[in-house]
Design a protein around this ligand. Structure first.
Ligand code: HEC
Ligand code: HEC
Ligand code: HEC
Ligand code: HEC
Length: 139
């Protein structure tokens, strides 16, 4: 009986110390979670922002079949670069990996929407960008 009472006491103590301050401030969650989420900086901007400084590439891309593909899909998140382009270089994708993600033959994916190629047969070991411009694949 005493052991049981000690156990309950211990648990209540733990609950007291482990419950975050802002718990149930607004509802059954930490009130502080709201400000924490609101304070997060978005990592991706959008194509229009990239186009402000890279207008010729954006124009070229808009003419071709890649017009709907976001710059950041290939170049990674741009939020630091757009604030300070000198100190925050964008990633330039190397090799064919980024192209293969969308264009490699995959029986589970419909070929009607995104054209697929048998990579080994089609490129014969060469990199995709030796023949296709990433910003306008038919240039
Ligand atoms: C405020 C202007 C500005 C904005 C906005 C901007 N850039 Fe840049 N970017 C530059 C400058 C300046 C350079 C360096 C000179 C150059 O290579 O043209 C550069 C270089 C680059 C490079 C080449 C990096 C290298 O190592 O050679 C890539 C890729 C790039 N930007 C992608 C992007 C993408 C994607 C976006 C949108 C998320 C973007 N940029 C938005 C100004 C900008
Ligand atoms: C499908 C993937 C892909 C997309 C989408 C894409 N890029 Fe690129 N980008 C590349 C690759 C690959 C290279 C390297 C090309 C090379 O080495 O010849 C590159 C090179 C660059 C460069 C540096 C070399 C140059 O051509 O001046 C800049 C700047 C750049 N991209 C900006 C952009 C911007 C801005 C957008 C959106 C309007 C964009 N890219 C969209 C794949 C992409
Ligand atoms: C996010 C997915 C995605 C990535 C990554 C991507 N593409 Fe595309 N690509 C598309 C879509 C969507 C189209 C337009 C539909 C189509 O024609 O297949 C397209 C069209 C093409 C076409 C023209 C096909 C046709 O219908 O005539 C070629 C060639 C091409 N891409 C090559 C590349 C190369 C090279 C890379 C890498 C630098 C690449 N793509 C990266 C989605 C992607
Ligand atoms: C040696 C040059 C060369 C290389 C390397 C190359 N391509 Fe192509 N690609 C072509 C030519 C030429 C065509 C048009 C004729 C054809 O469909 O084969 C084409 C067509 C395509 C098409 C359209 C296929 C269709 O069904 O209409 C896609 C998608 C494509 N390539 C993606 C890629 C990808 C992804 C890579 C890298 C893995 C790549 N290519 C590497 C030359 C090349």
């Amino acid at each position: 009986m005493l052991a049981f009472a000690v156990f309950i006491g211990l648990m209540l103590g733990l609950k007291y110390f482990l419950t975050p301050d802002s718990w149930r401030e607004y509802g059954p969650y930490r009130g502080k979670a709201l400000t924490e989420i609101a304070d997060k900086v978005p990592k991706y901007v959008d194509m229009e922002t990239c186009a402000m400084c890279h207008d010729s590439i954006a124009e070229l891309k808009n003419q071709g079949l890649h017009k709907l593909i976001q710059c950041e899909l290939c170049h990674g998140p741009g939020y630091l670069h757009v604030e300070d382009d000198e100190n925050n270089k964008m990633k330039i994708p190397e090799g064919s990996g980024v192209c293969i993600e969308c264009h490699a033959k995959n029986a589970a994916r419909p070929d009607k929407i995104i054209k697929q190629v048998d990579v080994a047969e089609h490129s014969e070991g060469e990199e995709c960008i030796n023949c296709h411009n990433p910003h306008e694949p038919w240039l």
